[in-house]
Design a protein around this ligand. Structure first.
Ligand code: SF4
Length: 358
């Protein structure tokens, strides 16, 4: 709204907010602000966690958001996970699953920064209802019963889903479901679904390089997304192995990493070899989860993302279709060389030199 934009402009001017970057990186993913605490100082905010606080609690005022972010930092809480936790609590409050008696007198309504700040403090100090929330969304939902479970937005292992809304972005939804640690996950950083509207030409170019069709940049398309997810997974794993930031890259432009690797090590592995190493890692990670008892059923997302279309905003009406989502998993497993339970096949392990794990 115009009011929100005006508040943001004032905040930026008052706090001299500016974007910063690591040396030579064009992404500029930090925001620094000047704050008055005795002396003027600069602080760095991770934009992802900051915007999560805004999105999940429906708080528009930047000054309030900043205070909540700093509160989380001072209390030693991850702002991203906390924002998902607070969204869960606010949804329970909205739907009457909890009330002010449950929360110790706090009206946990959407957009109320003061109420959020107090509940965040109680989470950190494990006071009253905060003690229940402090165990995380999954454990809190189990404690509160079936009505609460319906509002729990968690993925594999009960990890809170924050950072991105999955309903409009079919490829990101798949990446979150099949990832080994749950969503948010490394495969979706810089995922073309997310910038298909803001940078359509770049998204189309990336999609074409991976699938052969610019149309696959469309966030609402399901068919070719497994191929895109695999390209991103392997590239991110490679970035982690090389010790470089994985954000400013596209899977179609990894030659730079190959050259840097060769310059640093004197080794001459080609890009294919490096990506094969990433694929091996992906399979070993998967085998670890298989050994822990995880199956296809754990490559899942909350029912809410299939049953409740998004309300309002530019993606209003977006929802995941269960059949097509499951078809994406089928294709993903087949492309990975896994069986339909999500387990790497003996042939795949042998081909990758991982026969010792058979
Ligand atoms: S994208 Fe990575 S390298 Fe670039 S500014 Fe952000 S953290 Fe630094």
């Amino acid at each position: 709204s115009a009011e929100t934009r005006a508040a943001l402009k004032t905040f930026i001017e008052q706090h001299e907010l500016r974007l910063e970057t690591c040396f030579g990186c064009p992404i500029r993913c930090w925001a620094t602000l000047s704050v008055a605490e005795g002396e003027t100082a600069s602080v760095i905010a991770c934009q992802g966690t900051w915007t999560s606080l805004a999105y999940f609690m429906k708080i528009a005022d930047p000054a309030t958001l900043w205070q909540l972010y700093v509160t989380c930092q001072k209390l030693g809480l991850d702002a991203g996970g906390t924002s998902a936790l607070m969204a869960f609590a606010m949804a329970l409050f909205e739907h009457g699953v909890i009330d002010a008696d449950t929360t110790g007198g706090i009206n946990l309504t959407w957009g109320d920064g003061e109420a959020a700040a107090e509940m965040i403090r109680r989470i950190a100090y494990r006071e009253g209802f905060g003690d229940i929330l402090a165990n995380g969304v999954k454990a809190a939902a189990e404690h509160l019963g079936e009505a609460a479970r319906q509002h729990a937005v968690t993925s594999k292992g009960g990890l809170e889903m924050w950072l991105m809304e999955n309903r409009p972005f079919k490829g990101a939804a798949l990446a979150g479901a099949v990832s080994d640690a749950g969503s948010p996950n490394r495969a979706t950083y810089a995922f073309p679904d997310y910038y298909a509207r803001s940078m359509p030409q770049q998204a189309a170019m990336v999609a074409k390089n991976i699938t052969g069709s610019e149309d696959d940049a469309d966030p609402g398309r399901y068919e070719a997304k497994p191929k895109v997810v695999i390209a991103y997974e392997d590239a991110h794993i490679l970035a982690d192995c090389l010790g470089v930031c994985s954000i400013p890259f596209q899977p179609a432009g990894l030659e730079l990493w190959q050259h840097a690797f060769a310059a640093a090590t004197g080794r001459s592995e080609g890009l294919k070899d490096l990506l094969r190493a990433a694929e091996r890692i992906r399979n070993v990670e998967r085998l670890f989860n298989v050994r822990q008892g995880l199956t296809r059923d754990d490559d899942a997302l909350p029912d809410k993302l299939f049953d409740e279309p998004l309300q309002g905003g530019p993606w209003s009406g977006a929802v995941l279709e269960r059949d097509r989502f499951e078809q994406m998993k089928d294709t993903y497993y087949a492309l990975r060389g896994w069986d339909q339970s999500g387990k790497p096949t003996p042939e795949t392990l042998t081909k990758l030199g991982l026969a010792m794990y058979l």
